[in-house]
Design a protein around this ligand. Sequence first.
Ligand SMILES: [Zn+2]
Length: 302
Amino acid sequence: MFAALALLAAGVLPVAPTPIPPHDAFDARQCYEYTAEITRYGERNPGSPGHAKTEALIHRVVLADGGKIDSDDFTADTPRGKVPVHNLIGKFNQSGDPHQPIFILAGHYDTLFKKGFVGANDGGSSTAILLSFADALKGHKTKMQIWLVWTDLEEAVNSFTDNDGLYGSKHLAHKLVEQGIAPRVRGFFLLDMIGDKDLDVDRESTSAGWLQDFIAAAAKKLGYSQYFFHYSTAITDDQDSFVNVGIPSVDVVDATFGKMPGDGMGAYHHTNQDTMDKVSEHSLMVVGRTVLLAVETIDSQS
Ligand SMILES: [Zn+2]
């Protein structure tokens, strides 16, 4: 009160602080810490203790950030038998409008069924960047409803075929169609393997080019163009499930993890060398800030 009076006396009115836009609120250090914490949980395939700990962390962060949490639970028939699947959805900025547009940011939180595989980059970084998006969205108003979707059982139980892999995202995409929600979804960005120290994001060729252009423009504005879209290849990933139901989607994926070719996606991909020493805070920052700025731009035009 005293300070305000003094300002008034000086002829200056106190001004409400401008809210920090999400891309500036993105905390890369915290994102790296989340990745490290999740990686310490160990193997995180469905049914494992690490998977349950990751679910608990997601719940905790979304609720602390003022989001609402929903889940999409079902049992998948897999070559390994029945597997319980839990997609988790953190919803931000829901208005009462039943036609409010929705934008989805997604990433898988399961890891490969492979002894000793801890997936710092593949599974860890995608889970963590969505947690940091929740932190950045805390208290921030957007016109669109923002959904943070942690997909489950993205990984194939044996190897990717039409019937093995992408279990969680297929189920959720069909559910959105059945519930009549799909037409409200303006876009879908999938984040995968974006913590790689040697960051080079694929202009993934099954993705919607016009939506990738928002990412390219945001990267340019932030001075990060060197990390994006210098090669183009098709990746089987959760965006396929949403593309197949007509939702404009982009896979934001670094498809070269370690020396190429390895298994086609680099020497560390799907190996027990996918550990924290391959992950960088800087890469998480570049992708986190770029994706959030792209969403802010889309929101301002919605
Ligand atoms: Zn994988």
